[in-house]
Design a protein around this ligand. Sequence first.
Ligand code: COA
Ligand code: ZN
Length: 317
Amino acid sequence: MTNEQVFITDVGPRDGLQNQSRILSVEQRVQLIGALADAGVGQIEVGSFVSPKAVPAMAGTDLVVRQLQADNHYTTPNVALIPNLKGYHLARSAGLSRVVMVLYASDSMAQKNVGMTMVEANRVTLQILDEAVGDGIQVIATIAVVFECPFEGAIDPSVSQSLVDQFIAAGAYQVVLADTIGAAHPQQVRALTASLVDRHVADSLGCHFHDTRAMGLANVHAALESGIRRFDSSIAGLGGCPFAPGASGNVATDDVAMMLAQMGFETGIDLAKLMIASDLACQLTGSTKGGRAKSWLVNQLQENPAWPEINKQPHQG
Ligand code: COA
Ligand code: ZN
């Protein structure tokens, strides 16, 4: 029996690094991305094409992309976040074939992040989708603050649902539900994702959780139970949005990959190599020790490099 696949996008080089007090050099960013690629992560969000005044840590994403393209051995799919049409054009010039455009489930978050209303962000996204068809570029639409906004509180699930419906219909390659401030609980996640999986092909949906209230992994599991098979996570649990008060790190790729491996899902990730990437993320940023289970996982892999092959239960249905 082949194990069921789960696709992980590591957003550490973007969501993680955008919020650090230490700004990494282009070379350091490329080194971290290379370590994630070596570990077999499915896709990497390598940076963002945003205003360098708004997010200084993401300046030079074009150079990061160029350096990755120059490495003949580098084959992992890359994406970059864009906030507007200018970002789309910069990502296209850099040669990316997939981008992540941000939508909003609240006006206040849209205003704080990009100075637009929700409706303006929707309109710009439709314009980007239109251009992208001709450019042969895939657009992932990530909806920020899907469950709760730091300024407006709880979001009515019908708001998020209709954004998903609208942008899948408009031709988004995928729509990702982002719990930007890590406020959701598993029942909410289960309810929203189950209703979306009922209406859309599961492969067109993804989830992006932050671990602010220690529910990141529980929320990944809740979405898995609904049939979601695409997740964003961040190496060593780096992460957070400078424009969303209270947002802490993303759920750690370290923990998500470990849980999935133990449950018998296939992610393509080599856990020992992932720990090398996690060590590097910790060393470069100086701000984290890695995923919650890291010390256990590192010991386990030292004693038994084949873990979890010997004890995992293939996922059933
Ligand atoms: N990339 C780089 N520069 C950009 C840009 C982009 N995608 N979009 C706009 N700019 C530049 C403009 O050219 C202008 O440059 P100038 O000052 O040299 O003339 C400057 O940014 C301001 O442009 P303006 O249209 O007035 O935008 P703004 O000041 O209202 O800022 C954004 C809007 C979207 C550019 C800015 O808020 C931003 O980059 N936000 C991203 C936030 C983010 O990354 N959040 C975390 C991830 S969700
Ligand atoms: Zn995030």
